[in-house]
Every structure is written in C-alpha cells, then in structure tokens.
Design a protein around this ligand. Structure first.
Ligand SMILES: [Zn+2]
Length: 107
C-alpha cells in the first residue's frame, strides 16, 4: 500500500493539500490553475470564475488532468469539458461534488 491508494482525490474531489501553479486568465477573466495533489501527485485543471457585479456568481471547477499537459487559458474550458472525473464546488455542502453537466465559462 502506498500513500497514493489512500488519497480520495478521484472519488471525493481533491483534498486541501496541493500546490497551485497559475496558468493565467480566460477571455472572460476566469482564473485557470494547474493543481497538484501533495498526497498522491495527481494533476488537476482548476477554473475559477467570479463576476464582481453579481454576488454569488462565483464558481469553481476542477477536472482530473492525469498526464495531459496543462492547457493555455483560452483552451482550458474546452479541455475541462472533456475531463473525467470533474467536480464543481458546492458552497452549501462545502465540498466538491461530481459535475456531469455543462462547464460554463463566464456568466
Ligand atoms: Zn490526491
């Protein structure tokens, strides 16, 4: 057994222990990051969007990249739509939930 098999990334969404590398912004000013789990080393594409004029418009997606290379910010949403598993942050439940619906860029 390794630490890798104890990590719940792929079933419960990434845990808090990870490093973040900023990849830049999409055209609609969403933040794109590459995140690496410090427990199991899995790589994730992260997308965060918030419209300052609308409260509670913020949303976060995270998708398992595996060994795929990190995309340019402009390609991030198209790639995110293909990633499995993919999670969206649920603010009410305060945890990641599986996202099988659309990935929305901007409002
Ligand atoms: Zn992990």
């Amino acid at each position: 057994m390794t630490g890798e098999s104890n990590c719940k990334c792929l079933t419960d969404g990434p845990q808090r222990d990870w490093s973040t590398e900023d990849l830049g912004e999409t055209k609609s000013y969403g933040e794109v990051c590459l995140r690496t789990c410090s427990i199991c080393g899995s790589r994730w594409l992260s997308y965060f969007y918030e419209h300052e004029a609308f409260t509670a418009s913020d949303r976060s997606y995270i998708g398992y990249l595996g060994s795929l290379s990190a995309p340019n910010p402009d390609d991030a949403i198209a790639l995110m739509r293909m990633l499995e598993p993919r999670f969206i942050w649920d603010k009410k439940k305060v945890r990641w939930v599986k996202n099988s619906g659309a990935v929305i860029d901007g409002l």
